[in-house]
Design a protein around this ligand. Structure first.
Ligand code: 9MR
Length: 555
């Protein structure tokens, strides 16, 4: 077989910060020997600015590719370039110090564009939409708790969860938590970040000078507060009875329902509210006290209901996602940790010591809607009033987990932090959640390798992956153009800055299922198809670790 070697050269399609490491991945379907590489300027002269070699390829399990990593970190001159090898060329990439700036703004603004109950008038995107889901003001309480006299509830506002128009408490809580955490860690940079237009702050009268991120987060917190029952527990979600077609929000006029409740969601709510109470204190003390009251009320309810349960109402999952979790230890732990951090009240510390001591010493796994353990550990590692031993243990556990993530990154052909089995629904989110852990570890035990590993995950989702594409809409040379996102599909305007779920080897939707006989490798089980909700949908919690990672790295 003398056919020429078909190389694919994968780079971060947005680029590389000037001083950072710069690695491209050279891939092929077959083994290849050591190769010569060049970087050339992306203008008509194509002047060569760097040349080097890559080692012979090795086989990468997750992608099924033969790969070799090209390190051109020595190149530290700002500019636009291509990488070339064996007659093949990469996509254009930039070396510069602002390569992620626009992306960060888009990612932040994506939340504003998910607002429910408010129209959109975005001159830059040319996107104009009427407000939707007016019926959320009087959503049906689908299951009436004994003693509940109301038949409907005002659960208006908040962000739509994803490509669908549901609104879910656990996802909301874990998303605002990550944004608040970014704010707590980098208050100055986060205060400078601007992405709202005038007129998009009306829900916070008198707060003209408040940082955009907090204005946006408040829109979601306001909705979450509406989801709390009088007794402190929190309903699970709001949605219609069926998934709407690809229509804009204002056209989805089916009745809206409040469904379910859970102990894990109530705990996540308490945790996020307790964080909000800290961050909002210096901007709006009254609002902050209200958040703390709600957190304590949720916690008091949890104390009175120690057994984990997830209430599933009749028909609950016909028009919205389940987000079901039957256990709740990680979330109760997180809630107590945040309450301890916010109030310093020893009772919370005692509850942690009594019931959840093991969670400060076990690997936290991946932060997400179904796992609050890492955020709990972080709160304990940084709370003034944590017991000294618990504080040390929680911090040490995060650092140990970071080391394991680094090990995985080093083993992977694309420097992805995902193990082969982790190419699940929302794998891109999970890769970035690992960046988040690395960056938290770096706060506790500064280590350049942790930062580099976090940047590697950014490179992974922005093009240095087996699909050779950026998984963020509108950013990079090749990106999803048919995401499962109703607003984009129905308006014909692709909303930028949306991270899609990404490769999902478990093929959990009909479009992916049809690819089953192609036996795609885990890292290639992805399709840019409107109907592939299990690989090509965006969700607020997918953008959350991307937001967090960019917030820390950009500052
Ligand atoms: O992101 C969620 C993923 O972690 C779950 O595995 C999956 C199945 O429960 O659900 C995903 O969430 C979807 C939700 O159920 C409905 N709104 C869109 C979400 C993103 O696809």
């Amino acid at each position: 077989n003398d056919a020429a070697l078909q190389l694919r050269i994968h780079v971060d399609q947005l680029g590389y910060p000037v001083r950072a490491a710069k690695v491209a991945v050279i891939a092929a379907d077959e083994a290849f020997p050591e190769l010569e590489l060049t970087v050339v300027e992306a203008d008509e002269n194509g002047r060569m600015v760097w040349e080097g070699k890559v080692a012979a390829a090795t086989f990468d399990e997750a992608s099924g590719d033969w790969v070799s990593q090209a390190d051109f970190g020595a190149l530290q001159t700002e500019g636009a370039y291509y990488l070339t090898a064996a007659g093949m060329k990469s996509h254009l990439f930039v070396i510069g110090n602002e390569v992620y700036e626009e992306l960060f703004r888009d990612v932040a603004r994506s939340y504003r564009l998910q607002r429910s109950g408010e129209g959109i008038d975005d001159p830059k995107l040319g996107l104009k939409l009427d407000p939707g889901h007016a019926l959320d003001k009087e959503a049906t309480l689908f299951f009436r708790d004994p003693g509940e006299k109301r038949a409907t509830l005002d659960v208006s506002g908040g962000w739509y969860d994803a490509g669908d128009y549901g609104k879910y408490v656990p996802v909301a809580a874990v998303t605002v938590a990550q944004m608040l955490l970014a704010f707590e860690l980098r208050p100055k940079a986060m205060t400078e970040l601007r992405f709202l237009y005038n007129g998009e702050r009306a829900h916070w009268p008198g707060a003209d000078a408040a940082p955009d991120t907090l204005v946006e987060v408040k829109y979601e917190l306001d909705w979450m507060l509406r989801m709390q029952r009088a007794d402190g527990a929190v309903y699970h979600k709001v949605s219609g009875g069926v998934f709407p077609d690809f229509i804009v929000p204002a056209v989805d006029v089916q009745d809206r329902r409040v469904y379910g409740m859970s102990t894990y969601g109530t705990a996540m709510f308490a945790a996020a509210m307790a964080m909000g109470a800290r961050v909002f204190q210096s901007y709006d003390p009254e609002y902050a006290s209200g958040l703390l009251r709600s957190a304590k009320k949720a916690q008091a309810w949890l104390d009175a209901h120690p057994k984990a349960f997830f209430r599933l109402d009749e028909g609950q999952n016909t028009g919205s996602g389940p987000y079901d979790k039957e256990t709740d230890r990680e979330e109760r732990y997180w809630a107590l940790a945040e309450l301890l951090k916010t109030t310093g009240d020893a009772r919370y510390g005692a509850a942690i010591a009594g019931n959840y001591a093991d969670l400060s010493t076990s690997n936290p796994g991946i932060v997400g809607w179904s796992n609050g353990q890492l955020l709990g550990q972080w709160a304990l590692a940084t709370a003034e009033r944590s017991a000294p031993d618990v504080k040390a243990q929680a911090g040490q556990t995060i650092v140990t987990a970071a080391e394991l993530i680094l090990k995985r990154i080093r083993e992977d052909g694309y420097r992805s932090a995902l193990a082969g089995t982790e190419y699940t629904w929302a794998s891109n989110k999970n890769a970035l959640a690992k960046s988040e852990l690395l960056l938290l570890a770096n706060e506790l035990a500064p280590n350049e390798a942790y930062v580099a590993g976090a940047v590697d995950q950014l490179h992974y989702v922005l093009g240095r992956n087996a699909m050779g594409m950026s998984y963020v809409t509108g950013r990079g040379a090749v990106y999803p153009v048919r995401p499962h996102h109703r607003i984009s599909a129905a308006s014909g305007i692709l909303v930028p800055g949306l991270l899609v779920g990404g490769p999902n080897r478990y093929l959990n939707d009909p479009v992916l299922e049809k690819l089953a006989d192609r036996r795609l490798p885990p890292a290639k089980s992805y399709v840019d198809d409107l109907s592939s909700y299990a690989s090509n949908e965006y969700a607020i919690d997918y953008n959350a670790p991307l937001f967090f990672t960019l917030a820390i790295l950009e500052s």
